[in-house]
Write a protein that binds this ligand. Structure first.
Ligand SMILES: Nc1ncnc2c1ncn2[C@@H]1O[C@H](COP(=O)(O)OP(=O)(O)OP(=O)(O)O)[C@@H](O)[C@H]1O
Length: 309
């Protein structure tokens, strides 16, 4: 199977280091979310993987080969980049046909991807009449044209309506199930949480995290339990005796901090406490991401020591 391997990759634009000694791999069979604040270096990294920019040092390969050395690259890597725009005076069908011919892909495949991306009925319209969402679907159709084992998508939900967002989520999940390598950048945390299995997070060109999404959240957001009981004082005493910190809101709903629902449920039932409601409060990707980027900001704003003359 085909992985993307980024090895000690650095890209400088003049004195600006956009990508800073980055090393990570994107593996097949899962969707990897590619996150980071604006300017973190995500697009630059994708451009380096696609051979659209040259690294200052280090390497980026797909299946062990530099993208520029791949024959008929659409058969190996499908990509949707923000800036990628087909010529507006062409129809979607002609645009895809031209791409297919240059990569020795049969014309039947053009109709398949038009169908798959919901564009079949508008395929003969000029692209300049397309909405942003339709252009985005066309970009995805082009990425899937060569039935590639590796798919790179930069902000694929951009411009899509709610139905389109659900559609792209299902496409990404399916591509991963089929064993493909899927790397997707996004600014939308709820969106990313709905499709990613794994995360690669950048900050100022450097790697901040490369971890399964579940672990990423669990390491940063404390697990909590929400509950209600008919006997608040008994619950308070029970939790305190077992070292739990808990608070009650005005409506009699309790939050138990750093606690797992199995432990609290067992404790309460063992004590014969009447429970009206008991639920785990799962951390969100957004909470975990903000926690990570806040600590990164603290770290990176530490004043630089003046150099000795
Ligand atoms: N061609 C270029 N010339 C000069 N600087 C550049 C160039 N391309 C990117 N940069 C700089 O490199 C840094 C990383 O930019 P990049 O677009 O890769 O970040 P990003 O994580 O994709 O951001 P966004 O989330 O806003 O798309 C930024 O500071 C950007 O200004």
């Amino acid at each position: 199977m085909t992985s993307i391997d980024v090895q000690d990759l650095t890209k400088e634009f003049g004195s600006k280091r956009a990508v800073d000694h980055l090393t990570f791999s994107v593996l097949p069979g899962r969707v990897t979310g590619f996150l980071g604040p604006n300017g973190a270096g995500k697009s630059t990294t994708l451009r380096l993987v696609l051979g659209l920019d040259r690294p200052t040092s280090g390497t980026a390969t797909v299946g062990g080969r530099a993208y520029a050395t791949l024959d008929e690259p659409l058969r190996h890597v499908g990509a949707l980049l923000d800036a990628q725009a087909p010529h507006g005076s062409r129809t979607a069908r002609d645009h895809l046909r031209a791409l297919a011919v240059s990569n020795r892909i049969g014309p039947g495949r053009v109709d398949e991807v038009l169908e798959e991306t919901g564009l079949a009925s508008v395929a003969r319209r000029r692209v300049k009449t397309y909405s942003l969402g339709m252009r985005q679907r066309l970009g995805i159709a082009a990425a899937l044209l060569g039935d590639p084992p590796v798919v790179l998508l930069d902000e694929p939900s951009n411009g899509l309506d709610p139905e389109g967002i659900i559609w792209i989520r299902e496409v990404l999940r399916r591509l991963a199930r089929e064993g493909r390598t899927v790397l997707v950048s996004s600014h939308l945390m709820n969106e990313t949480a709905s499709f990613a299995d794994h995360l690669v997070v950048l900050g100022r060109g450097r790697l901040l995290a490369d971890t399964p999404m579940r672990d990423f959240i669990e390491a940063r957001v404390e697990p909590r339990v929400r509950m209600r009981t008919t006997d608040g004082p008994a619950l308070r005493g029970l939790l305190a005796r077992h070292g739990y910190e808990a608070s009650e809101d005005d409506e009699g709903r309790w939050t138990v901090h750093r606690a797992r629902v199995e432990d609290i449920g067992t404790l309460a039932s063992g004590a014969g406490l009447p429970i009206l409601e008991l639920a785990a409060e799962e951390g969100t990707l957004e909470q975990a991401y903000l926690d990570l980027t806040a600590s990164e900001a603290e770290f990176t704003t530490t004043p630089v020591q003046p150099q000795e003359a």
